[in-house]
Design a binder for this molecule. Sequence first.
Ligand code: RP5
Length: 173
Amino acid sequence: MSTPIIGIIMGSKSDLEVMFEAAKVLEELGVSIEVTIVSAHRTPHRMIKYAENARNRGIKVIIAGAGGAAHLPGMVASLTTLPVIGVPVKSSNSIEGWDSILSILQMPSGIPVATVALNGAKNAGLLAARIVGSYEQEIADKLETYKNKLRDKVEESALDLEINGYNGGKIGF
Ligand code: RP5
């Protein structure tokens, strides 16, 4: 196993189902990752240690997911100069997800967190890969292939719809 370059952290084990999507897409792209639980409120010292040591351990981007009073991404961003991508999680203690979104999105000037959509861990993984792809051609090439597959899928659906009609909402006959 090569040294992880993307760190995926989350406030609780209950975030894993959502955050797994980031891990999955990064594994598909062949990016080396590490995944763990770091809670801003329940393990503040662990959070400080993780954020302060990440760069020296070779991490290039941190993806941090949390729900409710979601302070993990912002606090980690305050402790490192690495890019931090925040994933608002619609957790059991969240009010429709808005608390998670706003806690991660509304950062004070000077401490940036790139916030993705609610439960948008897959895009967080892809964004992290794009950051790495800005200096690693191999990852950029894989992202190009990924993007082309998405394009082909839409074009196939469009062709199918145009040729076979919409059949009461179902594509093709
Ligand atoms: C947050 O509280 C976690 O990130 C999680 O989304 C939420 C609920 O945590 P649990 O009570 O399920 O551990 O800190």
